[in-house]
Design a protein around this ligand. Structure first.
Ligand code: GLY
Length: 616
């Protein structure tokens, strides 16, 4: 490394250690209060990039786009320009534009060569996960530039500048990065031929599996890619030199994604749509419709919880004394009581219904019929709530709306969520992914980024196990231009017209359960909202396997650990398993303070180690 670069990396370390909020200095914390705009990313440098746009007078979309491009550099294990994502936007009206409530879908698409048996016929059973055949057409650059052009206020060069600087400087490996390297290195240990095959990733991102916390990771090649995008926009990535480099990388690993697939993306690759909108206890929730399963599943979980709660009369609730206004507030209950256990059981049963329907029914609505109206209707949620037996859990066949074919849910990990609220009440929830950690492991060496393995989010082999020993419904088989089913759940909660919560998470299907719990804690709890939503211990049930995951005690940053709930859950027939982190939430809560006006509490999940930034 040159002396110049060493000095820059040292400077970056100092910045990371000191924190650099666009306001008075404060010790970096997982949560903080801001008055004039806040950004919560799962990496501090990305939060700072977003806050820098707010400081320049940019809006929430400018901040989100800058933060996202920066995450491409500093969270290469999770997301990046080789992946795709979803963005939910709520902007107040201006003199020239009515209020905006919209959802931008820039999920990756299957290339033209990918029919239903594309991966099923592949000799390599791991082809859906590692290497060029796992790569779907990246959508991130198209989506971010689309959002910036339609809804941002700053120019491309300005919003890309922090990401370019981060790529030139490099970043410091943190615990999440080191854990991700360890996980990816297992694949290299199992298949030593990967060292040659995915040479760039092995050498430059994984440092041959030997990365330690504090090591600098410097991939300046990505600065060149980002500079070309800043200068030439979409053409640089989809038809120009980066497109050529992507198709070379794919061809070198015997893949089929071509430059024609990329050239078709800018128009077809971005779909703008109305957000899925529903009510929960007086709030309006804006979230992502299919091909995300997140919005439908969130709606089902919250709908069932609300219907279950309202079955108890007010008199019964008062008699129980612990029954606060909220349905799911166990944070304020001293210890872990019978009432807490009952609420937890109801939540888990709601998750089982939602995940059963996710697995059976959800897929890309541009290709198959998805019964969204049925799955999100209050009548259906009341019916599912009636099926819940508060004394015991039920056999798997009792959940959701049945369908003939077998279907199960899958999990994955390489994803990142960011939340932004600006000074005018503009809000963005944005979740992006390259699917598993370090995606397909295949990098584009000239430009220093990793290509996704989103093809594994399709059902790739009918009736066979996928990456996580699970299968899904035929609706989610690949087809050219089709988008694989996602769990990403970027969500904005409005109170009236004002954003009250912006939330989302990473963590595969655990995203859905994490976001549901985050929303419940924020809206039903009586402790500060965003930190409660992020820091409380979590559970997860994805219907199949029929196991409740309960986070181990170290993950209760607010309120009780849920470890002591295991006996109560087992008494109700649940099989429980102690788990590591269940999703990683980045969340902002906003409220009107009588003295100080609008305040925002931004919280980043300690499970992944991000820090918020903003304007105080
Ligand atoms: N690949 C993560 C998701 O879209 O659910």
């Amino acid at each position: 490394m040159s002396r110049y670069r060493e000095a820059l990396v040292l400077l970056l370390c100092l910045v990371l250690l000191c924190g650099c909020d666009a306001g008075p200095r404060a010790a970096p914390s997982f949560h903080a209060i801001y008055r004039h705009g806040a950004v919560a990313c799962d990496h501090h440098v990305a939060s700072e990039a977003g806050a820098a746009m707010l400081a320049k007078g940019g809006n929430a979309v400018d901040a989100a786009v800058a933060a996202s491009f920066t995450l491409s550099v500093v969270r290469p294990q999770s997301c990046g320009i080789g992946g795709g994502g979803f963005m939910v936007i709520s902007l107040p009206g201006t003199a020239t534009r009515p209020p905006v409530r919209t959802a931008i879908n820039y999920r990756e698409q299957a290339p033209a060569a990918a029919g239903p048996d594309y991966l099923a016929l592949h000799a390599d059973l791991n082809a859906s996960k590692f290497g060029a055949c796992a790569v779907a057409i990246p959508g991130t650059v198209a989506g971010l530039l689309y959002a910036l052009e339609r809804y941002g206020t700053l120019d491309r060069a300005t919003v890309l500048a922090p990401a370019i600087a981060a790529a030139e400087l490099g970043f410091i490996a943190d615990e999440h990065y080191v854990a991700s390297v360890k996980e990816a290195s297992k694949s290299f240990a199992d298949r030593p031929e990967y060292i040659e095959r995915f040479h760039f990733t092995w050498e430059r991102f994984l440092h041959r599996g030997k990365v330690k916390v504090g090591d600098p990771i410097v991939i300046p090649e990505q600065a060149t890619a980002l500079g070309l995008i800043a200068r030439d926009g979409l053409t640089a990535f989809y038809t120009g030199p980066i497109a050529e480099a992507i198709s070379r990388a794919v061809a070198s690993d015997a893949g089929d994604l071509t430059i024609d697939d990329l050239a078709g993306t800018p128009g077809d690759g971005v779909r703008e749509t109305a957000p899925m909108t529903f009510e929960y206890r007086g709030h309006t929730i804006l979230t992502m419709p299919p091909p995300s399963s997140g919005g439908v599943a969130l709606c089902e979980i919250l709908g069932i919880v609300e219907a279950s709660c309202s079955r108890r009369t007010l008199v019964e609730r008062r008699a129980a004394e612990q029954w606060h206004e909220g349905c799911m507030d166990w944070l304020t209950i001293e210890g872990f009581s019978d009432e807490s256990a009952r609420r937890l059981h109801v939540l888990l049963e709601a998750m089982k219904h939602a995940f059963a329907d996710r697995a059976r029914w959800l897929a890309d609505p541009a290709f198959v019929e998805v019964p969204t109206t049925h799955l999100t209707s209050a009548v259906y949620h009341r019916e599912l709530a009636e099926r819940i037996d508060s004394s015991r859990t039920l056999p798997s066949g009792s959940y959701g709306t049945p369908r003939q074919e077998g279907a199960h849910a899958l999990q994955d990990a390489g994803t990142s969520h960011l939340s932004v609220i600006d000074a005018h009440g503009g809000a963005v929830a944005c979740t992006e992914t390259i699917n598993l950690v370090f995606g397909s492991l295949l990098a584009v060496p000239e430009y220093g980024f990793i290509l996704n393995n989103e093809m594994d989010d399709f059902l790739t082999r009918r009736g066979s196990a996928n990456a996580f020993d699970l299968t899904q419904s035929d609706s989610n088989l690949p087809a050219p231009g089709k988008q694989p089913l996602s769990s990403m759940t970027p969500t904005i909660v409005l109170l009236g017209d004002e954003p009250a919560v912006v939330i989302g998470a990473s963590g595969g299907p655990r995203i859905i359960s994490a976001v549901a719990q985050g929303v419940l804690h924020a809206l039903d709890g009586s402790v500060p909202m965003a930190w409660a939503g992020v820091g409380a211990a979590r559970v997860h049930h994805q219907w199949i396997p029929d196991v409740v995951l309960v986070e181990s005690g170290e993950f209760a940053f607010v309120g009780p650990t849920l470890v002591s709930a295991r006996d109560d859950l087992q008494a109700r027939g649940h099989v429980t398993e102690t788990s590591g982190a269940i999703g990683n939430i980045q969340m902002i809560g906003r409220w009107l303070d009588a003295q100080r006006g609008w305040l925002m509490e931004a919280a980043c999940d300690p499970r992944k180690g991000g820090r918020p930034a903003g304007i105080r």
